[in-house]
Design a binder for this molecule. Sequence first.
Ligand SMILES: Cc1cc2nc3c(=O)[nH]c(=O)nc-3n(C[C@H](O)[C@H](O)[C@H](O)COP(=O)(O)OP(=O)(O)OC[C@H]3O[C@@H](n4cnc5c(N)ncnc54)[C@H](O)[C@@H]3O)c2cc1C
Length: 370
Amino acid sequence: MIVFGSGPAGSALGRKLAERHRVLLLERELPTNPPRSSEGWRIGESLPGAAAVLLRRQGLFDRFLADGHVERGASVSVWESPVPVWFDALRDPNGPGWHLDRVRFDAMLRNAARDVGVVFSAVSGRVQVLREGAQWYVRDDRAGRQYRARVVVDATGRSAALCRSLGLPRHAQDRLVCVHALLPAKEHDQDRCTRTSADVDGWWYSVRVPSGERVLAYHLDAGDPALRGLRSAQALLLHARRLPLLAPVLPESVSHISTQVRPAGSAVLNIADGVPGPGFYAVGDSVLAFDPLSSQGLFHALASAERAATAIAREFEGDLSAGQHYFLEMRHVQARYYKHLAATYARPVRYCDRPFWAQRRDQVDWMGTG
Ligand SMILES: Cc1cc2nc3c(=O)[nH]c(=O)nc-3n(C[C@H](O)[C@H](O)[C@H](O)COP(=O)(O)OP(=O)(O)OC[C@H]3O[C@@H](n4cnc5c(N)ncnc54)[C@H](O)[C@@H]3O)c2cc1C
């Protein structure tokens, strides 16, 4: 089996498949161990409590707990109205979840795959992938290598590199981007809440990560002219400090910190015209990328890996429609998710005439019926 991409989805799937098969994990950017300072932080730090079940089934829960991630506190949001609403996970049977050291989490999954025999190899960005008979052939001309396998899996995240090279279209719902920075925490900052706030032309969140530093993230349209002015963390901070929910936990000023911008909107693999035959799968963000508002990306990465592993096992037992059933299941996940997203984006009615919210409300009408 060949899995492209060693993020959470690819590593979790590789570990599962290695119980019965030889697995090669091809990665474009194999991280160094220990990580370089530029790899020291990655956004995407909230893991819902429900993920514990999946980590247990992978035999990784104790290892995960030993890694020093921090249990999440309450969530507080200014969304439907300017009055903050608190949500405490006390009544959530899954528990509060965690704020992760994300680089450590991804590395743990990668190492856990390596431990059970998954072989990692670097691959150049451009490879040729084609199917002949019941086999897939992967040619990496730059590295002068060729691989053959019965199953190939796209786990390359939002880039969906394998899907693109096979000509499978992806549908992006919107041009949401996230501009974010890791800020030094204020002195005596012990806040463990997830703070989320709707704003005139976008929405924010801020949490403290296990290092004690604070993530500040703003989500807006890629075409919003304000984006150009948010290259420094100081500019982002000034913009955020207008908001009563965020101001008390943010430092007053920072220097020499730049922001990063990442695409963050929902995107889905369009499989209306079918998939390129048995032995092809896509997991994690490459099959369905979630808006960060949902905090579901990592859960989905682990869950889709588990479902794909089951489908691949069935395919090996002779069920050639196992892949189709898997992609159908992902469509159901997508439909449920869009309904929730629709309802959430429709709520801040006080901003409903602003382009950011109006555009989503219109899209959302369509999404909700999808
Ligand atoms: C701003 C933002 C905030 C987020 N916050 C959260 C959050 O709080 N909670 C949450 O659960 N989720 C969050 N997410 C989503 C979460 O980060 C993703 O859902 C998760 O990383 C998906 O895992 P993955 O393995 O599918 O993809 P990725 O983590 O993107 O991994 C893909 C891997 O494939 C490799 N790759 C790429 N191209 C190639 C290629 N051509 N060949 C080989 N390898 C390749 C990459 O180097 C990478 O290692 C957030 C996302 C964004 C953008």
